[in-house]
Design a protein around this ligand. Structure first.
Ligand SMILES: NC(=O)c1ccc[n+]([C@@H]2O[C@H](COP(=O)([O-])OP(=O)(O)OC[C@H]3O[C@@H](n4cnc5c(N)ncnc54)[C@H](OP(=O)(O)O)[C@@H]3O)[C@@H](O)[C@H]2O)c1
Length: 164
């Protein structure tokens, strides 16, 4: 199972239910990684998308504790356990956890690959991803050259869970 996230210098991921910054090349990377795959998200992340609509050309799985919540073109679940049961239907490498903060934390123990776009800037943030460099079970196994978007520098990083 994969997770995919863009983090700033302080592992911030969002502010006021929006992304910190939108980098076209990162959006393209997200699209190319997840298209045709299964994406798992929290209700707030779904509602942060344009029109609050699920992502096209992907199987969208949404978590909410609201038993009445319904979304067109998405599968809605109310517990992590029910999502994990549903995910058994798909190859693990086709599953992407796409946030936000609570969903990353809840599914991190089941993930073995993390695609992390590291943006070299500190934004004002209210939502964070856990610092992977502080987690001995995760190791940086690959990274792109440094990329730029105007004066912003960013790097695509791959972390993998280490087998013990
Ligand atoms: N930088 C990135 O790559 C990235 C990626 C994704 C999101 N984000 C940002 O992150 C922020 C949103 O993240 P967030 O952490 O605030 O919200 P979130 O994780 O997207 O959604 C939280 C909601 O998910 C539901 N939920 C969570 N755990 C659950 C569980 N165990 N069982 C049932 N439902 C559960 C609850 O919905 P109910 O309240 O409906 O019960 C909860 O309020 C935004 O700023 C967004 O832009 C950034």
């Amino acid at each position: 199972m994969n997770l995919i996230v863009a983090v700033d210098k302080n592992w911030g991921i969002g502010y006021q239910n929006k992304l910190l910054v939108s980098i076209p090349e990162d959006m393209k990377f997200f699209r190319s990684e997840t298209t045709g795959k299964v994406v798992v998200m929290g209700r707030k992340t779904l509602e942060s998308f344009p029109g609050g609509r699920p992502l096209k050309n992907r199987t969208n799985i949404v978590l909410t504790r609201n038993p009445h919540y319904q979304v067109k073109d998405a599968l809605v679940f109310h517990t992590v356990e029910d999502v994990l049961e549903e995910l058994k239907k798909y190859p693990s490498e086709d599953i992407y956890i796409i946030g936000g903060s609570s969903i990353y934390r809840e599914f991190l123990p089941y993930c073995d690959v993390a695609h992390i776009t590291r943006i070299d800037h500190a934004y004002e943030a209210d939502t964070y991803f856990p610092d992977m460099d502080d987690m001995p079970e995760w190791k940086l196994t690959g990274q792109s050259e440094e990329k730029t978007y105007f004066d912003l520098e960013f790097t695509f990083c791959r972390y993998e869970r280490q087998e013990n």
